[in-house]
Design a protein around this ligand. Sequence first.
Ligand code: ACO
Length: 331
Amino acid sequence: MSVSIKASTGNPFARVLSVASYVPSRVIDNAEMCTYIDSSDEWIQQRTGIAERRWVGEEETVESMALAAAQRAVERAGIEGSELGAVIVSTVTYFHQTPSLAAKLAHQLGTNGAAFDISAACAGFCYGLGQAESLVRSGAARYVLVVGVEELSRFTDIHDRTTAFLFADGAGAAVVGPSEINGIGPVVWGSDGGQSQAISQTTEWSEAVANGQTPYLAMDGRSVFKWASGFITDATKQVLDAAGLTPDDLDVFIPHQANNRITDAILRHLKLPERVVVARTIKQFGNNSAASVPMAMDQLLTTGKAKSGQTALLIGFGAGLVYAGQIVTLP
Ligand code: ACO
């Protein structure tokens, strides 16, 4: 039977209403890192820009970090948790296969809205933001919480000198809601599963458990570096094109905090004006995967290096390989 199905109606535009983060308590400087791996402070700083990173302390977990960042973001957005129509959590380090962390978080925040986790590694926050923008504009949800949270210290072999110095813990969250003017540009995203081995879990959980092992993240750093410095530079240009902007229109650049040399390579090709503020939080926080972009955004805003209303380009990239980016007006 042919029927007329009512279409959803939403809001013409969406924007990021707030951002917040949670920085875990345990500071691991390069001197301590070099007690786990054969390396040096000089090598780590020169090759990555990392001086120290944060790991969870005894009381901190993926859940507690996500909740702390989410509560701050909801408060800063000036809404009640009960008003959230959807909660999206991006993480690769929540080790309960089901139920989702998002459903638990939604309950803790006082909403029965839609809730789901996504696995898009270091691109996860930008993936979630792209979904949130669509949900708000379609009317599927009025307010959407996007959380990026990782406890990579539990998913890293601290004696593996190819990864241990990079990966770190933390959480970031943002609330997206309706807006009178557009505050989020089109998401540019994609994947290359042909390079899935470039960053991947060493063994499946069932196999690891049977052998009394713990799986870890393994990475072919050189391949990822090459891909990120080349392909991601082009993707960054596409983010600008999709929003109808040029480098001159930007105030702030917030790339995933993977490696300062990757950021430098992207900057060389993008030719951003000198005045553009570039996130370099990798120095204190290391690589926080899905949490790195919102942590960096919050850090730039709270330290006054970036200001509300400025135009920022976000780009995330990582295991999959996957990537996503968009232009936002800072909250
Ligand atoms: N300390 C000291 N020396 C080291 C270390 C270390 N920890 N690791 C490697 N080296 C040595 C190597 O043995 C090699 O020595 P050689 O020249 O004598 O053979 C030399 O340093 C260079 O090794 P490379 O592997 O080429 O080092 P590179 O400059 O590529 O830096 C790094 C490694 C930092 C990992 C880099 O490749 C990188 O940042 N890759 C991208 C990481 C990334 O972006 N990941 C994506 C997100 S992660 C996610 O999705 C969860």
